[in-house]
Design a protein around this ligand. Structure first.
Ligand SMILES: [Zn+2]
Length: 271
């Protein structure tokens, strides 16, 4: 190779490496993009007429048409150099760490100053509902609510073990090192082998869930208990397809609950 070609090659490799690093860092921090889109799509299908119109208006301010278009915005902020500060300031709003396996919500201890996903949902839902606020602010609140209702239903976003939501719980999958949080963010949902939109359609066709829970505290506690009781922490550090198959119905039920509860939040805020 000529030196120019070598430089080009090195440049491409560097680019590839940085894209990979980007992909891995996002994958390790977030209920995956597909799951967030699925939740948003499920919610959109359950909006009442009034709320639907108002959601559309607010989405226009975000250059979007569907809730699924903005469902990952709160995570994507991290990759935008102009928004890094804002991403850092809101990082604690994506999760809540319970103190122990009793999964008690002691706000002073685990959500001081409203710095957790439970308080964030209430905070932004209130802004969304306040028609005296500027539209841009309410549009931003909508983007946050859509994302955080998804997050609180990813069990590892509301667990109690001191392992940063499974980020420090090392596992192997397909012969490679990974961590439990990352497996839950993407691999469990992806094991359905459908695109997010077809996956959402399939879940939307299932019989409605009997659920009347309107309290984000209860949603977080439910996630916490799942991390304790549902076999989410595997017996073996080797994640196999049997584990993914076993976990997928749990993840799907969480996405359906999240979709329904998100729709309720939006219907209440925008009726
Ligand atoms: Zn998040």
């Amino acid at each position: 190779m000529t030196s120019a070609a070598l430089r080009m090659h090195a440049h491409r490799l560097g680019w590839l490496a940085s894209m990979l690093a980007l992909f891995c860092s996002t994958a390790a921090q977030a209920w995956g993009p597909a799951a967030h889109r699925i939740v948003a799509q499920l919610a959109e299908g359950q909006l009442q007429a009034d709320a639907r119109v108002k959601v559309r208006q607010l989405l226009t301010l975000s250059d979007a048409r569907h809730l699924s278009d903005v469902a990952n915005w709160a995570d994507d902020l991290r990759e935008d150099p102009d928004q890094r500060e804002f991403a850092r300031a809101t990082a604690r709003l994506h999760y809540v760490n319970f103190a122990d396996s009793a999964c008690r919500f002691e706000a002073d201890r685990i959500c001081a100053n409203g710095q957790c996903v439970v308080a964030a949902i209430d905070h932004y839902a209130a802004i969304l509902a306040d028609s005296s606020r500027p539209l841009a602010e309410r549009a931003e609140a909508l983007r946050f609510v859509v994302h955080f209702v998804g997050d609180v239903h990813q069990p590892l976003h509301a667990g109690y073990r001191p392992d940063r939501g499974g980020n420090q719980y090392q596992v192997r999958i397909d012969g490679k090192g990974s961590n439990l949080h990352s497996v839950w963010d993407s691999r469990v949902t992806a094991s359905a082998r459908l695109g997010w939109s077809r996956h959402a359609e399939r879940l939307a066709r299932m019989a409605p869930l009997a659920d009347a829970s309107e309290d984000p505290v209860a949603w977080a506690r439910q996630s916490c208990r799942l991390t304790r009781d549902a076999g989410i922490y595997p017996d073996s550090r080797n994640i196999d397809s049997a584990y993914l198959e076993r976990m997928r119905p749990i993840a799907e039920r969480q996405m359906r609950l999240a979709g329904k509860r998100l729709a309720n939040v939006l219907n209440r805020a925008l009726d």
